[in-house]
Design a protein around this ligand. Structure first.
Ligand SMILES: Cc1ncc(COP(=O)(O)O)c(C=O)c1O
Length: 358
């Protein structure tokens, strides 16, 4: 199988598989050394924090991107008449999160992309005194645009807006420094660039946003969880940091896998991963030019990452599948997406398979 579909899900790497197997062995033999597991939860939280330039108390575990985005949207103190700016056609999970706030009278404004990628100028004309937040994907799933988050972060800072970023496609593929980019809140799942099985996500909440309150509350979110497990109605003070948004027990197998994959990614270096997928992209673009197939997304290396959509009709999917190539159908064509395990021979092989049918 020629797997060119990391934007859908990455195959489980050996490191993650071993980590989950070790966790299962512990569960099987001892029904769980829980203190040891919880120590690992905190260790991995620290690893995740440094992976994106945050501190551990700015990270909460979630189950996926949508949960993180919904936590953000419902924690921001919107008033009726306020508005939030989104990119038209961005991932639907990011749109529905905010559309659900219309029941509180929040206006959702969809901004059209004027160039290949969004930057501060894309949003600036739509910002008014009622704008409270901008939310968008870092890298888009459908055409692979890498939006200019840093310039949007600057716009948000100048206008006291929250910048909420969906990093599902970029984390583990592009270097991410939330402080440098000016991100207020970032949500992602771990099953693509972070190489973990589905069902684990995380949320970054900037430490300056302590006034944001969770809509849901469980013992995990409390400053003083009762040691005797009897709720204290007079003490529901929130835990400091992003942990106040956490609920109940953790996805322990996922977190064990994440600990292993973060070590792997750190040892490779995310800047090397970025350079690798861009090189594969360069080679694919050369082949597409040669085959006279249009690339749907940006060609400029600073505006793309690992996702490339070819303007091919939907029937190509069956042909590629018959030839043992795994890709995804997208709104404007057929999507190829690279992972750390792909190399130049994969790009040449898919180009040759396509050439044979043209
Ligand atoms: C940009 C983006 N956001 C979100 C998601 C998925 O959302 P969730 O993690 O909530 O399933 C995807 C794809 O799976 C995506 O590409």
């Amino acid at each position: 199988m020629l797997y060119l579909d990391s934007a859908h899900q990455t195959p489980l790497g050996v490191t993650a598989k071993v980590a989950v197997e070790d966790f299962l062995a512990e569960s099987f033999e001892m029904a769980g050394p829980k203190p040891k597991w919880l120590a690992r939860v905190e260790q991995v939280r620290g690893g995740l924090a440094s992976f994106i330039g945050a501190s551990p108390d700015e990270i909460a575990y979630t189950k996926n991107t949508s949960e993180g985005l919904n936590i953000a949207a419902n924690a921001i103190d919107f008033n009726a008449g306020d508005n939030v700016l989104l990119i038209e056609g961005d991932h639907p999970n990011n749109a529905y999160t905010w559309l659900n706030l219309r029941r509180k009278g929040v206006e959702v404004r969809f901004v059209k992309l004027s160039g290949e990628v969004a930057n501060a100028q894309t949003f600036a004309p739509y910002v008014d005194c009622k704008t409270r937040a901008i939310s968008l994907s870092h890298v888009t799933f459908h055409a692979g645009q890498r939006h200019d988050i840093r310039s949007i972060g600057q716009l948000c800072k100048e206008n006291a807006l929250y910048l909420v970023v969906d990093a599902m496609q970029s984390v583990g593929v592009l270097p991410l420094d939330v402080k440098d980019l000016g991100v207020s809140i970032l949500a992602a799942g771990c099953h693509k660039g972070l190489l973990v099985p589905q069902g684990l996500g995380f949320l970054y909440v900037d430490s300056s946003l302590e006034s944001l309150e969770p809509v849901y509350l469980a013992t995990a979110g409390l400053a003083n969880p009762p040691a005797d497990f009897i709720a204290r109605p007079d003490d529901v003070a929130l835990r400091a940091g992003a942990g106040r948004f956490e609920l109940g027990n953790f996805n322990l197998p996922g977190i064990h896998a994440l600990g292993a994959t973060l070590s792997l990614l750190d040892s490779i270096g995310v800047d090397n991963i970025e350079a690798h997928v861009l090189r594969l992209g360069d080679r694919l673009i050369e082949h597409l030019d040669d085959l006279r197939i249009r690339l749907v997304g940006p060609r400029n290396a600073t505006e793309r990452a690992h996702i490339y959509t070819m303007a091919l009709s939907p029937d190509w999917l069956a042909y590629l599948s018959e030839n043992n190539v795994r890709v995804s159908p997208e709104r404007d064509g057929i999507r190829i997406s690279f992972g750390i395990f792909n190399d130049e021979t994969d790009v040449d092989a898919v180009a040759e398979i396509i050439r044979k049918r043209l």
